[in-house]
Design a protein around this ligand. Structure first.
Ligand code: ARG
Length: 300
């Protein structure tokens, strides 16, 4: 087994130690599309796609991604729940680091039923669970750590509230850079921004306001920026799973070769059934191991 129980001290109550789960290999949580369907519209991609997803195809697509991720680490499974058709996009349920799971508080009532279910899962799995108590916050959809785990990038403007950013920073005692999303098609940060293990950033500049863009470009030198075009970004080419030097992504044309040129091995999977719902590879897998474990780059 690749997980152990460890004692940690949370920054907020520094005398008290708590027990939590620590993984020594890259570990993710996935949820098969058992009840996946397009029943409502909570993002622009879902419009026009009501009842148009094909569950058998979704299963096949999901399964290929699952097998590929299992070859890179461990994948835990969350059982899909009737009445929560978006639950397969499990990355939005929490953001995890150092054994602390910050649970989401979904902006749309259609997804709130996922919250208690995830809370129970994280408690059973031995995590320290933190709740945002009513401040809208959508997990890794809008909060992504730098590969060393010392910095958090968080978005607001669509699903996640700006006020939640500071609370997130306090959990792990990390600096948070707040980014403002301005294009409704890119309603989550994971659709337009991904810090990669080798020190690169994959992003779509058009999704951000000028100040936010400046923050990104101050943090990453031009050589380390992989700026996607609109055509690439609307294929969800930023929504990638990165483990070490491996990148798993939706088949999205020209972006893959640009990521390869930066030194990554890219595997592409057709995920069209999930694109109809407004997400792709990254949204289907929630990171459980520490970001520094998941992102250890072979060249480092
Ligand atoms: N239907 C889901 C929602 O709108 C899709 C989420 C996928 N999103 C993403 N950021 N990759 O909440």
């Amino acid at each position: 087994t690749f997980s152990t129980q460890i004692e940690i001290q949370l920054p907020n109550n520094s005398d008290e130690t708590q027990t939590t789960t620590q993984f020594t290999r890259p570990t993710f949580l996935m949820c098969a599309p058992g009840w996946y369907e397009l029943k409502y519209v909570i993002n622009p991609w879902m419009a026009g796609n009501i009842a148009k997803s094909v569950r058998d195809t979704a299963f096949q697509q999901w399964n290929r991604l699952y097998e590929a991720l299992r070859s890179l680490g461990d994948v835990r499974l969350l059982r899909a729940k009737e009445g929560s058709p978006d639950m397969t996009f499990v990355a939005h349920g929490a953001v995890v680091n150092y054994g602390v799971a910050a649970l989401s508080s979904f902006a749309h009532y259609q997804r709130t039923a996922e919250e208690d279910y995830l809370e129970a899962w994280f408690e059973d799995a031995g995590f320290i669970v933190w709740k945002s108590e009513g401040l809208p916050l959508e997990g890794e959809g809008d909060a992504l750590f730098s590969p060393d785990g010392n910095h958090l990038w968080a978005a607001h403007g669509s699903r996640t509230s700006l006020q939640s950013h500071r609370r997130l920073g306090n959990i792990w005692h990390v600096d948070v850079t707040s980014l403002h999303l301005v294009d409704p098609r890119f309603y989550h940060l994971d659709l337009c921004f991904t810090p990669l293990s080798g020190g690169h950033v994959l992003y779509y500049p058009g999704a951000f306001d000028r100040r936010s863009l400046r923050k990104i470009e101050d943090a990453y030198s031009p050589n380390n920026r992989i700026a996607l075009s609109e055509v690439e970004a609307v294929q969800f080419a930023c929504n990638v799973i990165n483990v070490g030097d491996q990148v798993l992504m939706h088949t999205a044309g020209s972006a893959a070769s640009r990521i390869r040129s930066a030194g990554y091995e890219v595997s592409e999977f057709p995920l069209g059934e999930f694109v109809k719902g407004g997400g792709a590879a990254k949204s289907l897998a929630l990171r459980l191991s520490d970001v520094s474990v998941t992102h250890r780059h072979p060249s480092q």
